[in-house]
Design a protein. Sequence first.
Length: 287
Amino acid sequence: MNIVMRVFDVHLHIQPWEMVSPDVLALIDDASHAGAKEVLSSPDNVLRFLDENDIERACCINYVSPDVMGFTRSVNDWIANFTSGHRDRLLPVGSVNPLHEMNVRDEIRRVLDLGIRLIKIHPPHQLFSPNAYKRGDLWQLAEIYRECEARGVPVMFHTGTSIFPKARNVFADPMPIDDVAIDFPSLPIILAHAGRPMYGETAFFLARRHQNVYLDLSGIPPKALLQYIPRLASVAEKALWGTDWPSPGVVSPKRNVEDFRALGLGEEIEQMILLANAERLFGYLRA
């Protein structure tokens, strides 16, 4: 019997389509994602999309990247409004970009007061290293980490390369996050995409080294997952399910789950990765 498992997708891009820059849209607005714009047009459409793909909850990824993606600081208010009334299923994700913010301390507090459940840092798109605060040239980053640590709000870092125009892949290596994990030991840290395609071993090392570091499996073709992370079972309790929809190559979140389960990792590991780990991390208590 094929059991339908509940799914918590920690990486769906529920973002304002109208903000996306034209050169980025050229890579994602193709025939395979013809319906993405309609899905993102309203919370009801997103909820229907989740139901169709057997997704119980999702983190709605947003971050401030006017230089690369087109998203301004107003994206935080947009996702807070978009998810209001649906926070049981749609977790708003926001961001503070210290390169585009005069008062980072006040802004991170304002953003978190909106009910943002996860802060996204995207080094190749935001154009700074996660540990830039160590050198003093971007000391404001520490304000973001410190406030999130105090409130128990996880920080997700994009790790690995980006194909989008203007992305700076010099910031793709996740090793600088080692500093963040040491300096902020109570801050929950999520490594989005587990370093794919070039830094998988580094991401795996960080997850094993630090108690507060988790791996987000989004953006990796599920059929190839064990090629990228051969010892996934050994860190199953720290792995989070995500799809990265509607990024290039991700057509169906439901199909991704089916391909993942076909790996034969076993129901216990599947349940941890698809649901339980994220529920624990985000504070959802099971009945």
